[in-house]
Ligand binder design. Structure first.
Ligand code: NDP
Length: 362
């Protein structure tokens, strides 16, 4: 625009002839948003424990390509899935800047990219959130409506879209269903408990420790089981008691290795198990014959499989925004950590010390 102004206005000819291209670029940047060449970021160069999360102070700021935006992140979400990419359970090319979501301001718009402009407040799902700036595809970026804070959106974006999609499509939860939800006080669990109750389901939530159990109870869960306590360690028995010996219609199990066998016992005849995570390790290869006695159905969904098209993404983001704006969905932030403390966030997540969602301030 600055260049075309110079071209179109004869009075500015002298100025045009004396302004060097770098200076023009500088003006153009000032008209948009000045972006530094380097930034703070957390990079994983090789897989391993939390110690492989390397905090860098002069990592190159990415350049947005066609169909991408450069977002200056105000706040980023930390999800359990980040630990899978760190350890290599989920393979991805390294070096990698982890972090699957962020919220902030559009700092630059890539070529041939429409629908967004510099200064828009957005939330995105992609990769590279453990950084001050991230280049993200517009396909999974949404403008944040007024009235929703960046913090609220990061406490519920990836996790909230997950639970909305899984409660509607992985198994369509119906009013009156009995649902067993593991890790009900976690980032996803805190939101899922509320969504299930709003549908009218009977919720049996498991959580580790009295404080987490009290949180789940406060959300309206009908039965809460402290599956780490001596008293409740036979949690399958408790589930059977709560359901009159029948078992639950559906189990949402994101714990995996430690709970999969119990989940199979706790589900009713013709019931469904939605295995969607590996907090304690992956579910081992399952002989299909194990499903036969009770005619059990199994789903192993991924959020990204349900929001591949723009239409699907907008369907669930609009639903989430409406729930947040109307106050029907509450969020819980465990703590906002500075970017340089990222190793501690992973330790807290894997050490089962978090309730609700941990966030990162780049
Ligand atoms: P959480 O905040 O729920 O943290 C994980 C929780 O799992 C812990 O707080 C802990 O709760 C429980 N847990 C049980 N056993 C262990 C163990 N051995 N080690 C560590 N934690 C354990 O994380 P998120 O909300 O980020 O994610 C929840 C789950 O959902 C994860 O498994 C994640 O991978 C999955 N997920 C899957 C998605 C998909 O697309 N398939 C999308 C989003 C999330 P407690 O102490 O109460 O037992």
């Amino acid at each position: 625009m600055f260049r075309s102004l110079l071209r179109s206005n004869p009075r500015l000819t002298v100025l045009r002839n004396h302004i060097t291209p770098p200076l023009v670029n500088q003006f153009i940047q000032i008209r948009t948003m000045s972006v530094p060449a380097t930034m703070k970021a957390v990079v994983v160069e090789e897989t391993g424990g939390p110690e492989v999360l390397k905090f860098k102070t002069s990592y190159p700021v990415p350049t947005p390509r066609a169909g991408e935006l450069l977002v200056r992140n105000n706040i980023s979400g930390v999800n359990y899935i980040d630990t899978y990419f760190r350890t290599g359970l989920y393979p991805a090319p390294k070096p990698e800047v982890l972090g699957r979501e962020g919220a902030g301001i559009v700092a630059a718009v890539g070529p041939q990219t429409s629908g967004f402009q510099v200064g828009d407040r957005v939330a995105w799902l992609s990769t590279g959130g453990y950084a001050e700036y991230t280049a993200v595809p517009i396909a999974q970026t949404a403008k944040i409506p007024d009235g929703i804070s960046d913090e609220d959106i990061m406490a519920s974006f990836l996790s909230g879209l997950t639970v909305l999609a899984f409660a509607k499509e992985a198994y369509p939860v119906q009013k009156g269903d009995w649902v067993l939800l593991h890790a009900a006080a976690g980032g996803a669990g805190f939101l899922m408990t509320q969504i299930l109750k709003s549908i009218g389901a009977n919720v049996i939530g498991t959580a580790g420790g009295a404080e987490k159990c009290a949180l789940v109870k406060s959300l309206g869960a009908d039965v809460v089981i402290d599956y780490r306590s001596e008293e409740d360690k036979d949690w399958v028995k408790k589930v059977k008691e709560a359901t009159g010996g029948r078992g639950v219609d559906v189990v949402y199990d994101s714990v995996g290795k430690d709970t999969w066998e119990g989940s199979l016992e706790a589900v009713k005849r013709k019931g469904t198990i939605v295995w969607f995570g590996n907090a304690s390790g992956p579910v081992p290869p399952l002989p299909l014959a194990k499903l036969t006695p009770k005619c059990v159905k199994v789903a192993r969904p991924s959020l990204f499989g349900y929001i591949q098209t723009r239409e699907e993404f907008e369907y669930y983001t609009n639903e989430l925004f409406n729930l947040l704006k109307s106050g029907q969905l509450k969020t819980k932030i465990h703590k906002i950590y500075p970017l340089e403390d990222i190793a501690q966030v992973h330790k807290d997540l894997e050490g089962r010390k978090t309730m609700g969602k941990p966030l990162l301030k780049p």
